[in-house]
Design a protein around this ligand. Structure first.
Ligand SMILES: *[C@@H]1O[C@H](CO)[C@@H](O)[C@H](O)[C@H]1NC(C)=O
Ligand SMILES: *[C@@H]1O[C@H](CO)[C@@H](O)[C@H](O)[C@H]1NC(C)=O
Ligand SMILES: *[C@@H]1O[C@H](CO)[C@@H](O)[C@H](O)[C@H]1NC(C)=O
Ligand SMILES: *[C@@H]1O[C@H](CO)[C@@H](O)[C@H](O)[C@H]1NC(C)=O
Ligand SMILES: *[C@@H]1O[C@H](CO)[C@@H](O)[C@H](O)[C@H]1NC(C)=O
Length: 307
């Protein structure tokens, strides 16, 4: 019986006509979307069909068995998954596509004869919106920087600067993902964009505005000279204050003390001598009295000092 069936199947297989095929709808199926493995060109009455994972007709690979003349028409196979269902015209519909659904699928169709068709199902994913990242947070003149186009599922990347092509001195990596600008100048300032493409989609990044800043050493010099000016000013003010204080202490203060201490002259000869000397320098004509007074009462002390 089994041998007989096999022989029949093989003979039917041999008989089956050309012109049938499986078309993908859509032609580039997307992840999370659905696809129909659309069987075209069937002639005669469709008695039943079976879909299999892979390219071998084997019960272990069977997804489903479908007979439009019974109710329910569909019976699950070993490899059945709920996102798959058969259509009355022999096609297979798969919803919520995942990357793991990618691969070969085979259908066996029984009409007047038998047909076997295998198709490859690809699953595409759109590119993610690219984002431009700069290797330097604060690009400076003469620095070498890189702009990186960050995106996923891309096949090709292209760049623009100020809505036209990149200057020739821009160095593109072999995959176009990275642009290197050597020893940047102010002319590299501008608006950069990258575009990522694949078979099913394209997406353009937001504008990245490159600002080229002055060199840091230049700023250091500027800061240093500013610091110098500030320090100099402070030092100058301090010097004026010190000088004023010393002058006050040396000339104004002693004069007041002399006037105050005049009645008690002779008690501290050294002090009086000093004060008198200072006072004499300031006003030599008037201040003779304390000096004279010093000579008589404390001659010993005076001699000691002059030695
Ligand atoms: C697909 O669906 C999953 C889960 O809902 C989600 O995380 C993922 O971002 C989706 N992918 C795309 C490309 O829409
Ligand atoms: C099979 O049925 C599906 C769903 O009704 C339809 O989209 C598809 O075009 C049909 N295929 C053929 C070859 O008629
Ligand atoms: C950049 O480097 C060149 C030589 O390497 C030098 O002559 C120039 O002054 C530098 N420019 C700045 C702004 O540092
Ligand atoms: C790199 O970009 C250039 C010009 O923008 C383009 O002609 C080329 O095809 C791109 N190459 C790749 C691998 O994307
Ligand atoms: C870039 O600058 C460095 C030093 O700042 C210098 O050694 C090098 O030659 C420069 N390269 C180009 C291409 O100007």
């Amino acid at each position: 019986m089994r041998g007989y069936l096999l022989t029949v199947f093989i003979s039917l297989w041999m008989e089956s006509g050309y012109g049938t095929d499986v078309q993908l709808i859509p032609s580039h199926p997307l992840v999370n979307k659905s696809v129909t493995l659309n069987v075209r060109g069937i002639t005669g009455t469709l008695r039943y069909f079976r879909w299999y994972l892979g390219s071998r007709i084997d019960a272990a690979n069977q997804i489903l068995h479908y007979n439009p003349n019974v109710n329910p028409p569909q019976l699950p196979g070993v490899q059945y998954f709920p996102r798959a269902h058969g259509l009355p015209n022999g096609s297979l519909h798969i919803s919520d596509l995942a990357h793991t659904d990618q691969g070969m699928y085979t259908v066996m169709i029984l009409t007047g004869g038998m047909e076997r068709l295998t198709v490859h199902l690809p699953v595409y994913e759109p590119v993610t919106k690219p984002v431009i990242r700069c290797s330097s947070p604060h690009p400076k003149v003469n620095e070498t920087i890189s702009l990186i186009c960050e995106t996923a599922n891309w096949e090709r990347i292209s760049w623009s600067k100020d809505s036209s092509s990149l200057p020739s001195r821009a160095d593109l990596s072999p995959d176009n993902r990275t642009v290197t600008l050597h020893n940047i100048t102010f002319s590299d300032t501008g608006q950069y964009q990258c575009e990522a493409k694949n078979t099913v989609s394209r997406s353009v990044s937001d504008i990245f505005t490159l600002v080229v800043n002055y060199n840091e050493p230049h700023m250091d010099n500027c800061a240093a000279s500013m610091a110098g000016i500030i320090c100099g000013t402070i030092a100058g003010i301090a010097l004026i204050i010190c000088t004023t204080f010393l002058l006050y202490k040396k000339y104004i203060l002693p004069k007041r003390e002399v006037q105050k201490e005049q009645p008690t002259e002779g008690q501290d000869s050294y002090r009086i001598y000093y004060n008198v000397y200072a006072a004499t320098m300031a006003q030599p004509a008037k201040e003779e009295l304390p000096y004279m007074g010093l000579e008589y009462p404390t001659q010993d002390t005076y001699s000691e000092l002059t030695h």
